[in-house]
Design a protein. Structure first.
Ligand SMILES: [Zn+2]
Length: 433
């Protein structure tokens, strides 16, 4: 895959995303999304440290040589600047202009780089419409660009208006951008004969590629687990999670086995047993969406929309991780072609994850091996209940033995594994870790 360019800088974890201008003459936009990954309560540290790449000192310290008051004044014209967190040395040319320092402050609960020094003078770090957008509906573009910035995309994304009239973003990169459930951005390759394009999908800007007017999301919206892209991968999933003790026991066993899993709990079990879920994310497992009601396919798109949003909020509340994005979804009973399920999934740019072998039904050593022999990958389904726990203990050696030939991944990890981490440049080493 050929890369025309690459994203010039991104700082995740300690927490900022740092982007550079692609439009000549436009000022830099540098976004910092650090505190969106910060737990809501100090006692909870829900996101795995390895994913957040937190350094021991996650925040920049105020530099004694830099007077930030002018930066704060400049920034206050644009942002409700709260607590000043510190300065971030940048020291590189952005959009053709020398940028020295960034001023990091809290804005409405998030950390942002609110000002930068250009030629030694503080200026507010705000996006401006690209000069070429003069003949485009500028208000719409500005709104889109603000949303992109809030999502962690910067002005390395050129905004255009699609034939439909909606704003779309064209990344100035070789690929498109996707968030993993933990909020980290990944760059995904684009077919050689297509161009990268992101579209607003009702919840997030979703990466994809375009040939002419036709746009395809970069990740599939439906998988069974036996697709060629997953060769060599086993995705172990656990649904419903009705009993907290049995769910804990299940997690203990898979963690002893060193297997990350994807859990699809029904939403009430998220708020009924809130103490389980922070540890689930800490251990590197994924939480997906499996609805509140677990009914038989009678869901409308409106129900799913409301229920999904509420579920994501519950995950934020119980884990303290406000950056967590549900990436994969599983319909109760696998009824993806009932109600409004799949059209809704597609409208959101999510992925329906089905399964290939189900514990208590058709998951035995022999059937798993024969399936793997044919398809070379598998989504395995279990439920944390006494029967499946007994199965897990019994099959433990067998499942561990598969690690020689296969890699266990969460569903999102498997989906994103064709991607590369976004290159990090110009960020102080101690900050990213
Ligand atoms: Zn279920």
């Amino acid at each position: 895959m050929q890369r025309r360019a690459f994203i010039r800088a991104l700082l995740i974890g300690g927490g900022a995303a740092l982007w550079t201008s692609c439009t000549s003459g436009a000022p830099p936009l540098i976004t910092a999304t650090a505190s969106s990954t910060r737990p809501a309560t100090p006692t909870r540290q829900a996101t795995p440290a390895s994913r957040l790449r937190r350094s021991p000192t996650p925040h920049p310290s105020p530099s004694p040589t830099v007077d930030v008051s002018a930066g704060v004044r400049a920034a206050r014209r644009w942002f409700p600047v709260g607590q000043v967190i510190g300065t971030l040395p940048i020291n590189r040319r952005i959009g053709g202009q020398p940028v020295g320092e960034g001023l990091v402050a809290e804005v409405e609960g998030r950390e942002r780089v609110v000002a930068v020094t250009l030629n030694g003078e503080w200026t507010a770090n705000v996006p401006r419409p690209a000069p070429s957008s003069a003949d485009l509906p500028s208000e719409q573009l500005e709104q889109a660009q603000r949303e992109l910035a809030a999502q962690g995309y910067g002005i390395d994304l050129r905004l255009e208006v699609a034939p439909s009239g909606e704003p779309v973003g064209v990344p100035e990169t070789g690929g498109t951008l996707r968030r993993d459930p933990w909020g980290n951005l990944h760059e995904l390759p684009v077919p050689a004969d297509a161009r990268p394009l992101v579209r607003w999908m009702g919840r997030d800007w979703v990466g994809g590629y375009a040939r002419g007017d036709e746009w395809t999301p970069d990740l599939p919206t439906f998988i069974e687990g036996n697709e060629p892209q997953f060769a060599g991968t086993i995705m172990f999933t656990a649904d419903d999670c009705h009993n907290p003790e049995e769910t804990r026991e299940f997690l203990t066993i898979v963690e002893e086995m060193g297997i990350p899993i994807t859990l699809y709990p029904v939403t009430p079990n998220l708020w009924l047993y809130p103490d389980i879920w922070p540890e689930v994310l800490q251990a590197g497992h994924e939480i997906g969406y499996h609805t509140t009601l677990h009914s038989h396919g009678d869901w409308s798109q409106a129900y799913l929309e409301e229920d999904f949003t509420a579920t994501e909020q519950v995950i934020h509340e119980v884990t303290g991780n406000m950056a967590y994005h549900i990436r994969t979804v599983r319909p109760p009973f696998g009824l993806y072609d009932y109600g409004g399920w799949q059209p809704w999934v597609e409208s959101k740019g999510l992925t329906t994850a089905m399964w290939d072998r189900s514990v208590g039904w058709d998951a035995w050593e022999r059937t798993i091996l024969s399936y793997l022999e044919e398809y070379h990958s598998l989504i395995l389904l279990a439920h944390p209940d006494p029967d499946d726990l007994a199965w897990l203990e019994q099959c433990r050696g067998f499942l561990e033995g598969l690690k020689g030939e296969y890699t266990y991944k969460t569903v999102s990890e498997a989906l994103l594994s064709g991607s590369r981490p976004v290159p990090v440049e110009g960020i102080p080493a101690g900050w990213v870790g």
